[in-house]
Design a protein around this ligand. Structure first.
Ligand code: FAD
Length: 384
């Protein structure tokens, strides 16, 4: 007889580990299946840091979810004693009419979020590492900062295990099918049945969610660590904020303070501007011309940062056409399957609240969180 569960969660990366925790905390019998080991670097949830912020330029509809995510991140730190979030403050920088500045301001004003608008002179005075152009302005948010992805995933896995979830690593799902009122899931090792399936596939969405009809595209992204020319002191979190800077061409660069000691420098990356890939074919080598392009671009805003190149690592974005998430009951299997995918390079700051939403959807069929924006029917290909 196959083992039976209330819920099977596929993928124990950022979203799936949070779902496994929230479901098991509510008393569900949970099986989590993960293709690789715990907290790995072959998906989208590695690299030491992720920006978190509330004045959300992408859409004000994300703000209530962010407010809840902040509460849950706090609780996760308390419950596990791990170092997860550092709210060092952040600047969203660019021309006043850039999406980064105007969109952040819209969210801040609409939701009455604490923020300050700074002109170029004020930015330079407050953050001497930054040299914005004369026409640049910034929205400064004291509650912006970073979360640590590996520690977040490890914390959720730890709590899920403590709650009694069965977590199987190196055991990918090979296929699943509807079975009685629920689902049957196959792996090379075994077959499992459950009332509910929650699929959190990250960059494997095109493979695992073909029947959703959403045109996901997977993008190779690179994270770069540079050693500042004058040492890391001016780049420590008490002096140097997280930043997203949009230039006049609309190219966005973002980065972090030096959070990992004097030898590991500070991390910086392009937001978007990646190349299409698949998890199987992604080019993991980072080439000299890419490093040069990154150093040149970030050097325009932070001349002291690209002193020496330290290292680079690749990661994948899973994009939807409008860059909004997909979080919903599966339209073809609304009674038994829930999906969370297409986080389009900005999902990590939401991880704990997505876990809570997935637990709501899988156990109650609905959630009180506002997720209308994430309905996959907005993107599904219209039948010919
Ligand atoms: C370079 C980079 C920078 C980013 N910066 C930010 C940022 O600053 N702020 C922010 O909020 N977000 C950021 N993001 C986005 C954020 O990290 C992602 O949205 C988030 O990590 C996605 O989590 P996930 O659970 O969907 O994917 P993953 O964490 O990759 O999890 C998917 C899991 O599914 C598993 N899997 C796949 N197939 C199977 C199968 N058949 N059976 C079992 N398991 C399977 C995979 O092994 C993987 O572990 C960034 C992403 C990248 C790549």
């Amino acid at each position: 007889m196959s083992p039976t569960y209330d819920v099977i969660v596929i993928g124990l990366g950022g979203m799936g580990s949070a779902a496994a925790h929230h479901l098991s905390a509510r008393g569900s019998r949970v099986l989590g299946l993960e293709k690789f080991g715990p907290v790995h670097s072959r998906g989208s949830s590695h690299g030491g840091s992720r920006i978190t912020r509330q004045s959300y330029f992408e859409d004000p509809a994300y703000v209530p979810l962010l407010l809840r995510a902040y509460e849950l991140y706090d609780r996760l730190e308390r419950d596990t004693g791990r170092d997860i979030a550092a709210l060092c403050g952040g600047v969203m920088l660019g021309r006043p009419d850039s999406r980064t500045v105007s969109g952040s301001r819209l969210s801040a004003e609409q939701w009455d979020l604490p923020h300050e608008m700074l002109d170029a002179k004020q930015i330079r005075r407050r953050f001497p590492t930054l040299t914005p152009g004369e026409d640049d302005v910034a929205l400064y948010e004291a509650r912006a900062g970073l979360v640590r992805p590996e520690n977040t995933v490890a914390a959720h896995l730890q709590l899920a295990t403590r709650n009694g979830a069965d977590l199987h690593f190196e055991e990918p799902m090979t296929r699943w099918e509807p079975y009685r009122d629920g689902v049957r899931v196959h792996t090379a090792e075994d077959t499992y049945t459950a009332g509910q399936l929650v699929i959190c596939p990250g960059a494997w969405a095109p493979e695992l969610l073909t029947d959703l009809g959403v045109p996901f595209t997977i993008e190779r992204q690179v994270m770069y660590w540079f050693q500042p020319s004058g040492g890391v002191a001016p780049y420590l979190p008490e002096n140097h904020p997280i930043y997203i800077w949009e230039d006049v061409e609309g190219v966005q660069v973002y980065g972090f303070p030096a959070i990992d000691g004097p030898d590991l420098g500070a991390k910086v990356a392009f937001f978007r501007k990646g190349t299409p890939c698949t998890p199987e074919t992604i080019e993991r080598t980072v080439h000299d011309d890419e490093i040069t392009a990154m150093a040149e671009q970030v050097g325009r805003l932070i001349p002291g940062l690209p002193g020496g190149f330290l290292k680079a690592a690749t990661c994948m974005y899973s994009n939807t056409p409008d860059e909004h998430f997909v979080i919903a009951r599966h339209p073809a299997h609304p009674g038994s399957v829930t999906v969370a995918a297409g986080f389009s390079g900005h999902g990590f700051k939401f991880v704990p609240v997505v876990g809570e939403i997935l637990a709501d959807l899988a156990t109650d069929g609905a959630t009180e969180h506002p997720i209308e924006l994430f309905d996959p029917s907005r993107l599904a290909a219209t039948p010919a």
